[in-house]
Design a protein around this ligand. Structure first.
Ligand SMILES: N[C@@H]1[C@@H](O)[C@H](O)[C@@H](COP(=O)(O)O)O[C@@H]1O
Length: 260
């Protein structure tokens, strides 16, 4: 794991966008893994700027969302298909047919989950996966207790996550109880994982998954097995890390993809 501590959102957005840009320039038909939530927004903003200003080209790229709510009517403004479009994909020139999200309203959810994995495999798998982390250590919607080898499937949200996400809905009662999410085993197959965590409320989860034991109780800890996981955090999210000074000196803010 490569832990990079940065002053704030702007720097995190730029650094993560550097990784996406380096990938797209090397491999225009790259496959991006997209996360929802507030953490990746600075990355999406920066990529939209680079598309407008520098012509960063997404026309051959594919994108796969991590997860989707089950039970929202198609087109619901908080469905992750809509959120990903609003926050990112509609702001760059990726083709709509190349933007993939699990269908949370499918009649046969297990079949949809298998088909989603097949679609990912058909385009060669995810090259770069952007991730956030939940306050309980979840990635995607893999809640504590998720199998570390899990594949795309239906999951039940724990109450803490429903409460965390209630801010996007009119009331807590409107937050779905079920979701479809890529599994931890699925996420581990991405060639490069870039996880973003900001704010003091993420400090315990960051401490647990970066420096704690690998455990299904803290799903993001599975990233300790990933050969290329970059963890971009601000000072507040890094505030409980025992080895914060070591990470600062090791990377000197120059992670592995810089200079590509
Ligand atoms: N399914 C998403 C996750 O993919 C995301 O990482 C998490 C954290 O969101 P935020 O970045 O807003 O804190 O929220 C949701 O539960």
């Amino acid at each position: 794991m490569e832990v990079v501590i940065l002053p704030g959102n702007r720097q995190i957005g730029k650094l993560a966008a550097d990784a996406v840009e380096a990938l797209l320039r090397r491999k225009p038909n790259a496959v991006l893994g997209l996360a929802t939530g507030s953490s990746p927004l600075p990355v999406y903003d920066e990529l939209a700027v680079r598309h407008e200003r520098d012509g960063l080209d997404f026309s051959a790229a594919h994108a796969f969302a991590l997860d989707e709510y089950v039970g929202l009517v198609p087109g619901h403004p908080e469905s992750y298909r809509e959120v990903i479009g609003r926050e990112f994909t509609s702001r760059v020139n990726i083709l709509p047919e190349n933007v993939h999200t699990p269908d949370g309203s499918a009649a046969d959810i297990p079949a949809e989950c298998r088909a989603y994995e097949d679609r990912m495999r058909a385009v060669g798998g995810v090259d770069l996966q952007i991730l956030g982390v939940g306050t309980d250590g979840h990635i995607g919607f893999n809640e504590p207790g998720s199998s570390l080898a899990s594949r795309t499937r239906i999951k039940t949200l724990i109450e803490q996550t429903r409460r965390d996400n209630a801010r996007f809905f009119t009331s807590l009662a409107d937050v779905p109880h079920h979701v479809v999410t890529q599994g931890l085993g699925t996420i581990l197959e991405a060639r490069h994982v870039v996880l973003i965590a900001t704010g003091a409320q993420k400090a315990p989860a960051v401490r647990d998954f970066v420096e704690g034991p690998v455990s299904a109780v803290c799903p993001a800890s599975v990233l300790q097995f990933h050969p290329h996981a970059s963890i971009l955090v601000d000072e507040a999210a890094a505030s409980s890390l025992k080895l914060a000074d070591f990470y600062r000196h090791t990377h000197d803010h120059k992670p592995s993809w810089q200079g590509l």
